[in-house]
Design a protein around this ligand. Structure first.
Ligand code: UDP
Length: 478
């Protein structure tokens, strides 16, 4: 274990891209850092997200200290929030690069002027300029990758020699690609970002993503090997973790705030939601349901579903006979969509997902396969039916099937998961057939392995300590 004294003197700045899928693992990691080191930890995300996380502040951009963490927002130039799929991502990233870089630099200056110079920066996706600013100032960094190691490996190979192979077969969804340290995958299991025909706007997001990965691989100012922290665990992705040799790859997950045991009187289980948690007594409702009986349905914080898709889902759920808890965000309710509630069904706008997945009544998660949701489901031992939408979700769905943690919902030509298909999938994972029994057995195993990884002495716990040792070494002996 690294020297406590030296670590205590550090000031970690965790700077995070906007969005719930970045904030949850980033904040969980920040709290683990504070708990492990007793050092000063500052968490910084966009002004728009800060305002949602702390809605009752007197001034919306106010700095706040809550427990071990100080929260100071930076501006991405969109202080009233970006509207995904509506605002132009090309313009967004241009502004993000300028305004983000400038406001982030002022945070570093202000903290130094107050006598709290930042000694290590942990930054997330799409934020290549953080690395550039840190290099200029000689501050050590680690890149915080909040998707799977497989996903990072795929992008890495795309950047390092496999671009032409993938691009020359991009129109054949069934073409099988073999990449070092990754299982064979078909083109259809890869991120839609690879498709050449993809919309210009997605291209812009993809280019920034690749740029951030490329810049994360640059050595430190003193020539030190770059560090990448990944929200995954060794038992799940041992091979994929070997894809990148030019960086120290440190799997430190699963980073789920409510799973971190309490310590140093720090309440580390509390997270911050960008959406208002529904006031309905959903946990009480779950308490009335038999063990492993409820289907929990959620599509994360960004994905949107058509009216037709919601109708098919509700129909399939009803026909399955299982009780269900459906989360449909306010901004994911197409005009005219009818939501049915009764003794066996409840519809929410937002919930505490980790708490729901930990409830013994949950028997299946119909998920869009965002990486956090996938990891949370594995960590809670809940079998999945996937209804993947974009970005890394096809690849995650493929992994769910490979590790026998669920089944993939196959969509029709219109991209809709039909009621009958859903009913069949639910029967497969929740029924008493051979497949269902196998899936449930594997889910139990993943639950154990995921929790083992973050326990004291577990692989992710040791990797966090390795990371801290490296930070101390970068500062030389006391
Ligand atoms: N989440 C939540 N309540 C909900 C729906 C989602 O707390 O009602 C959380 C979920 O636990 C996860 C995050 O929101 O940590 C969504 O991240 P994910 O990577 O799964 O998907 P994204 O929103 O990035 O598409």
């Amino acid at each position: 274990m690294a020297s406590k004294m030296k670590l205590k003197d550090q000031h970690f700045l965790v700077v995070i891209f906007h969005g719930q899928g970045h904030i949850n693992p980033g904040l969980s990691f920040a709290k683990r850092l504070a708990k492990a080191t007793g050092a000063k930890v500052t968490f910084s995300t966009t002004v728009s997200n800060h305002r949602l996380m702390f809605p009752s502040l007197t001034s919306p951009d106010e700095e706040i200290t809550d427990g071990p963490i100080t929260y100071i927002p930076y501006s991405d130039g969109y202080d009233n929030g970006i509207k995904w799929f509506i605002d132009d991502p090309i313009e967004y990233h241009e502004k993000f690069n300028q305004v983000g870089r400038a406001t982030f630099s002022s945070i570093l200056d202000n903290l130094a002027a107050r006598g709290w110079p930042v000694t290590c920066i942990i930054y997330s996706m799409q934020m290549h300029w953080v690395k550039e600013v840190a290099l200029e100032r000689g501050i050590p960094t680690a890149f915080h990758w909040v998707q799977s190691a497989r996903m990072l490996g795929l992008y890495y190979h795309y950047l390092r020699g496999y671009h032409d192979l993938i691009n020359s077969h991009i129109d054949d969804p069934f073409f099988v690609v073999s990449l070092p340290h990754l299982p064979q995958m078909m083109i259809k299991d890869m991120p839609p970002f690879f498709m050449q025909s993809i919309d210009e706007t997605f291209k812009a997001v993809f280019e920034i993503l690749l740029l951030t990965i490329e810049s994360s691989l640059k050595p430190g100012k003193d020539g030190s090997k770059p560090m990448i922290l990944i929200n995954t665990f060794e038992a799940l992705e041992l091979d994929a973790l070997k894809c990148i040799e030019e960086a120290d790859i440190l799997p430190i997950g699963p980073d789920i705030a409510m799973l971190i045991p309490d310590g140093n009187n720090i309440d580390i289980s509390r997270g911050y939601d960008l959406f208002k948690v529904d006031e309905k007594a959903y946990i009480n409702w779950l308490d009335t349901k038999p063990e492993n009986s409820v289907v929990y349905v959620s599509f994360g914080s960004i994905a949107t579903m058509s009216k037709k898709q919601i109708e098919e889902i509700q129909c399939g759920l009803k026909e399955s006979g299982q009780p269900y808890l459906l989360v449909l965000r306010k901004n994911n309710r197409e005009a005219g969509v009818e939501l049915e509630e009764g003794e066996n069904s409840m519809v929410l706008e937002w919930c505490n997902q980790a708490q729901v997945l930990s409830h013994p009544s949950i028997g299946c998660f119909l998920t869009h396969c965002g990486w956090n949701s996938t990891l949370e489901s594995l960590t809670c031992g809940v079998p999945m039916v996937t209804i993947q939408q974009w970005a890394d979700q096809d690849t995650n769905a493929r992994m769910v099937v490979e590790c026998s943690a669920g089944v993939r919902g196959e969509v029709n030509k219109e991209g809709i998961l039909e009621a009958e298909m859903l009913r069949n999938c639910l029967e497969k994972v929740m029924g008493n057939g051979e497949r269902g029994l196998e899936i449930r057995k594997c889910c139990k195993m993943w639950k154990e392995k995921a929790r083992e990884a973050i326990r004291d002495g577990g692989s992710s716990h040791c990797n966090l300590n390795n990371f801290l040792e490296k930070i101390v070494r970068l500062f030389g002996p006391n």
